[in-house]
Design a protein around this ligand. Structure first.
Ligand code: AMP
Ligand code: GLY
Length: 420
C-alpha cells in the first residue's frame, strides 16, 4: 500500500513512524514533511490545502491511501476532492470539519444531540454580545467562532476582559474567524482529551491524553499549542470515558449522519471533567499535536490498520490491542516561544540518540541543511518515550532530552506532574 500523509509537524512525524512499521506500508510520502520525517519517508513539497494539487499528486505517485494530519486542508475540502476522485482518505469532509471550523456549529449539534457542554450564546454583533456578558457576569469565556490557530479563546475572569475580547474579535483581530462570537459559561474541572475514530456510523476509542497548554512550569504563563502530553489520562477513567462516548460522542455523531454529513476520521474530544461528569469543551477534527505523538507511540503499527478501517467504514469489527503502558512527550521549543523566537539555530546530538519502539524524538519544526538539523518553528522537537508506568516513561524522555545539545531551545521539566 502506497501512503501519503499530509502535514509537517510532530503529529505527522509520529503518524509516519507508526504507519511505516506496518508491513502493509510500501511507499510512504509525507507532504511537505520535515527533517525528521525525511529520515523515514520521502518528503514532497506540495500545497496541501489545494485539493486539485493533492489529487494530481496522488495520481502521479500511485498513492492508495491519504492520511490528512492538520485541520486546514480538511476545512478546505481536500478530503472531499480526494473522495470524489475515488481515493481512499482518512479525514472528514469540509461539511463535517465544521465541528472544528465553527464553534457555533458544534454547540448547535450538541443541542440537537442533548450532549452535555457549557451553556452559550451565539452573536453576530458586539452590542448583543456585551449585553450577554453583563447579564451573566464573569468568569465567562469568549470565543471567535472560526479557526484562529488556537488563539481565539479568551477565558475572562472579570467582566472587563470579556468586553475587551468582544471588541477585539469584532474589531478584526482574528479576521473572518471573529466575525461571529460564541460566549460560553465558564466550566470548572480538569481537562483531558479522548481520541475516537469514526467511520460515519461506528465509533472506536483509541486512547486518552492530557496536554500542558501553558508555556511555564506549574501550568503558568501564556498559552501554547501544547508543551507536552501523556497518555493515558488518569482522570479519564473507564467509567467517565464510557459516559463521554454514550452521552457526547455517539449522539453527536448520529446527528451528523442524520444531517447528511457523516463524520469520518479522528475526533479529538476535549472534555472538562468535574465530579465524575464529562462535558464537551471542544471538538477538533484531527489528532492533537502533541497528543498524537503519545498515542502513536502506544499504538505502533496497528495505527495504520485502524485508520484504514475508519476510512473504509469497517470499524464495527475493529479493535485496539492495548498494552498496559504509558507514554509521554516533552516539547522542546525555541527560546521566546510562544512570543517571537529565533529561527535557524543548529540542534546537535540527535544522531547519537538510541531510538526504538519506546524512545523517539519526533520533529515538529526542523529542516535539514548541509548535514545539519536547524530549528525552523516555535515548537521544534517532541521527545517521546514509553514505559510501564508514567514515571518510567518520563524518566526515559528527560534522559533522552538531556543528551540533545541545543542552547537556543527550552522545555518544561514538569510534564506529567498532575498525573504523578
Ligand atoms: P477551545 O479552543 O475551545 O478548546 O478552548 C481553549 C481552552 O480554553 C480550552 O482548552 C480550555 O482550557 C479553555 N476553555 C474553553 N472553553 C471553556 C469553558 N466553557 N470553560 C472553561 N474553560 C474553557
Ligand atoms: N494540543 C492541542 C491541540 O492539538 O489542539
Amino acid at each position: 500500500m502506497n501512503i501519503l500523509i499530509l502535514g509537517s509537524g510532530g503529529r505527522e512525524h509520529a503518524l509516519a513512524w507508526a504507519v511505516k512499521q506496518n508491513p502493509k506500508c510500501d511507499k510512504l510520502i509525507v507532504a511537505p514533511g520535515n527533517a525528521g520525517i525525511a529520515q523515514i519517508a520521502d518528503c514532497a513539497a506540495l500545497d496541501i490545502n489545494e485539493g486539485g494539487v493533492v489529487v494530481s499528486f496522488v495520481g502521479e505517485n500511485a498513492i492508495d491511501f491519504v492520511i490528512v494530519g492538520p485541520e486546514a486542508p480538511l476545512a478546505e475540502g481536500v478530503a472531499d476532492r480526494l473522495r470524489e476522485a475515488g481515493v481512499l482518505v482518512f479525514g472528514p469532509s469540509e461539511d463535517a470539519a465544521r465541528l472544528e471550523a465553527s464553534k457555533s456549529f458544534t454547540k448547535e449539534v450538541c443541542d440537537a444531540a442533548n450532549a452535555p457542554t457549557a451553556g452559550y450564546g451565539h452573536f453576530t454583533d458586539a452590542d448583543a454580545a456585551k449585553a450577554h456578558v453583563r447579564a451573566n457576569g464573569a468568569p465567562i469565556v469568549v470565543k471567535a467562532d472560526g479557526l484562529a490557530a488556537g488563539k481565539g479563546v479568551i477565558v475572562a475572569m472579570d467582566e472587563q476582559t470579556a468586553l475587551d475580547a468582544i471588541d477585539d474579535m469584532f474589531g478584526g483581530t482574528f479576521g473572518g474567524a471573529g466575525a461571529e462570537v460564541v460566549i460560553e459559561e465558564f466550566m470548572e474541572g480538569e481537562e483531558a482529551s479522548l481520541f475516537v475514530l469514526v467511520d460515519g456510523e461506528e465509533v472506536l476509542s483509541i486512547g486518552t491524553a492530557q496536554d500542558h497548554k501553558r508555556v511555564g512550569e506549574g501550568d503558568t504563563g501564556p498559552n501554547t499549542g501544547g508543551m507536552g502530553a501523556y497518555s493515558p489520562a488518569p482522570v479519564l477513567t473507564p467509567e467517565i470515558e464510557a459516559r463521554a462516548m454514550d452521552e457526547i460522542v455517539k449522539p453527536t455523531m448520529k446527528v451528523m449522519a442524520e444531517r447528511g454529513m457523516p463524520y469520518q476520521g479522528v475526533l479529538y474530544v476535549g472534555l472538562m471533567i468535574k465530579d465524575g461528569l464529562p462535558r464537551l469543551v471542544e471538538y477538533n477534527v484531527r489528532f492533537g499535536d502533541p497528543e498524537c505523538q503519545v498515542l502513536m507511540m502506544r499504538l505502533g503499527a496497528q495505527a495504520l490498520d485502524l485508520l484504514q478501517a475508519a476510512a473504509e467504514g469497517r470499524l464495527t469489527n475493529a479493535q485496539v490491542n492495548w498494552a498496559e503502558d504509558h507514554a509521554i512527550t516533552v516539547v522542546m521549543a525555541a527560546n521566546g516561544y510562544p512570543g517571537s523566537y529565533v529561527k535557524g539555530t543548529e540542534i546537535k546530538g540527535l544522531d547519537a540518540l538510541t531510538e526504538d519502539s519506546s524512545n523517539m524524538v519526533f520533529h515538529a519544526g526542523t529542516k535539514a541543511e548541509d548535514g545539519k538539523v536547524l530549528a525552523t518553528g516555535g515548537r521544534v522537537l517532541n521527545v517521546t518515550a514509553r514505559g510501564s508506568d508514567l514515571q518510567e516513561a518520563r524518566d526515559r524522555a528527560y534522559a533522552m532530552l538531556d543528551q540533545i545539545d541545543w542552547p537556543e531551545g527550552f522545555c518544561r521539566r514538569d510534564i506529567g506532574w498532575r498525573a504523578l
